[in-house]
Design a protein around this ligand. Structure first.
Ligand SMILES: [Zn+2]
Length: 160
């Protein structure tokens, strides 16, 4: 399985926090996963998806994680870019925060790879609120797992 995901820290996110997220992606989905701390020109909030897409035109999937102060919990764009808002997931319990980030990143990658919303006990369940995210497991259900693997096996198939 070839999953080349670039994780990018944005806006106040330290790159070191993305290493456990990358390890999580490797465990749950596969790799290779890269963590790329890059200085991106500061854009208006909401432009991060476009900025990431422009900064990494050659990466199949790009997921930014940062303290963005505006926008949805996870934003998508261009069929291959997602941005996760770490500020909306923050918790006084650092492990809970990290767990939420892991789930959000796994869900984002699942969406980018082409998985649909899933009614099972699965990371592809609804994650539009922190409460919904807390109720999700970090992993894919069997059905989504199979769909994920089939999608990753298909050559050159990023969703449109
Ligand atoms: Zn599922």
């Amino acid at each position: 399985m070839d999953l080349r995901v670039r994780l990018v820290p944005l806006e106040g996110m330290e790159a070191r926090f993305l290493h456990p997220l990358a390890a999580n992606v490797l465990e749950v989905i596969g790799g290779p996963v890269m963590v790329e701390p890059v200085p991106l020109a500061k854009k208006r909030p909401g432009d991060w998806v476009a900025a990431l897409g422009a900064a990494f035109p050659d990466d199949r999937w790009v997921v930014g994680v940062g303290f963005l102060s505006r926008g949805p919990l996870i934003a998508f764009g261009g069929g291959r870019v997602a941005v996760v808002r770490a500020d909306r997931l923050i918790d006084s319990d650092g492990r809970r925060w990290l767990s939420r980030l892991m789930k959000a990143v796994n869900h984002a990658i699942g969406r980018l790879v082409g998985l649909e919303a899933c009614p099972s006990d699965c990371v592809m369940g609804p994650v539009d609120t922190v409460q919904a995210l807390d109720a999700r497991p970090r992993f894919f259900c069997d059905g989504c797992r199979k769909a994920l693997e089939a999608s990753l096996r298909a050559p050159g198939s990023p969703p449109g």
